[in-house]
Design a protein around this ligand. Structure first.
Ligand code: CMP
Ligand code: CMP
Length: 339
């Protein structure tokens, strides 16, 4: 699967990189948290959030600077496919349901033909893409070689072109359509105003939340920040079972909001509730501490429930210094049973 640099220049469609894009403060690297730009950006986050929470759309009549996401017509099937893809791509993990709807609405359908260069390495990026139908191929320049190296295929549901938007970097690879394909494109401005804003917002929320968790008190600010970056948020509803007794487990959970209960079955098969959880509590540590199957089931008891989880790898890497406190706390389950 070789392709020369000449092939790429020949087939580049100017239209894909010609979209207008603003050079304002939102375009700065999101990882540089302490920059002036990031502070300005953070200040705007709450504005974006309130607008979505209040009206269900990005709208504020008071300021010309306010951002309104575009809405493009699509079929129900296309919207469903975009929604599925958003759910499996971690960069959209911080979005709540309203924000996801805004993103789905703002996705624009673009048809490309076989051999069209959708993204050219080194260009400035103004949009990211989700594959609707078709097949695309990703290539990268290797220094001192005239040939492009094949990296990977892009199939329906896959997302590409996000790196330039996330890190304000030039396009890091070239993407070429291998057949006629349908793409959904999200413009940079909407990405910055909704997705980046939600990431910053979520990080802030996680930082505040971790400060409220007692067993993490001894961690340094730096370690807390690292934990924030690897937490995955899940939104669940009443009755959802998060952990099943006897399953193998590799996730540890922290409750951001809502309530849950742990339950087991006694020798007669009768269900007994063995622990009740509220926000800022944790569960699922036993399987990770002892490498045992899950010791109880856990289910949601509030209408809405937000839980943040980390995998075994992050648990071992980031919580090593506070594990002794988790071990010490195991006695609480016994106390609860004795009540
Ligand atoms: P972006 O840099 O915006 O444009 C090129 C895209 O190729 C990039 O985002 C990623 O989505 C995708 N890509 C896939 N594999 C790689 C890779 N190894 N290096 C860089 N980009 C890659
Ligand atoms: P784990 O065994 O990984 O998964 C189920 C979780 O339920 C367990 O970790 C604890 O966090 C929690 N739990 C609550 N009460 C009990 C209990 N009485 N016995 C065992 N686990 C409990």
């Amino acid at each position: 699967e070789k392709i020369s640099n000449d092939d790429i220049n020949k087939n580049t469609k100017p239209s894909t990189n010609d979209l207008p894009h603003s050079e304002d403060e939102d375009d700065k690297d999101i990882m540089d948290e302490n920059s002036e730009e990031m502070k300005k950006f953070n200040n705007r986050v709450s504005v974006v959030k309130n607008r979505i929470a209040i009206s269900g759309e990005v709208f504020n009549a008071n300021s010309a600077k306010n951002f309104i996401a575009p809405v493009y017509d699509k079929t129900i099937d296309q919207n469903n496919r975009i929604e599925k893809s958003l759910k499996k791509n971690f960069i959209f993990n911080s979005l709540n349901e309203d924000q996801q709807k805004v993103i789905i609405g703002a996705m624009l359908i673009k048809k490309v033909n076989s051999n069209d260069v959708v993204i050219k390495e080194g260009d400035e990026g103004s949009e990211l893409f989700i594959v609707g139908t078709g097949l695309l191929k990703c290539y990268k320049n290797i220094p001192d070689k005239d040939e492009q190296t094949f990296i990977r295929d892009y199939n329906p549901g896959d997302l590409f072109g996000e790196l330039a938007l996330m890190y304000n970097a030039p396009r890091a690879a070239t993407i070429i359509a291998n057949e006629e394909s349908e793409l959904f494109s999200l413009d940079r401005e909407t990405f910055n105003n909704i997705v980046k804003a939600a990431v910053v917002n979520q990080r802030e929320r996680h930082e505040n939340f971790l400060r409220r968790i007692e067993f993490l008190n001894d961690l340094s600010e730096g370690d807390r920040a690292k934990i924030c970056d690897c937490l995955i948020t899940e939104r669940l509803k009443k009755g959802d079972v998060i952990i099943k007794e006897n399953d193998l487990g590799d996730k540890f959970y922290l409750i951001e909001s809502g309530t849950a209960e742990a339950y087991k079955f006694d020798s007669n098969g009768k269900e007994i509730v063995v622990y009740e959880y509220k926000e800022n509590d944790y569960f699922g540590e036993l399987a990770l501490l002892g490498n045992d199957p899950r010791q109880a089931s856990v289910r949601v008891t509030s209408d809405k429930f937000i839980v943040a989880s980390m995998d075994r790898d992050a648990f071992n890497r980031l919580l090593g210094s506070v594990k002794s406190r988790l071990y010490k706390n195991i006695s609480k389950y016994q106390k609860y049973l004795d009540k």
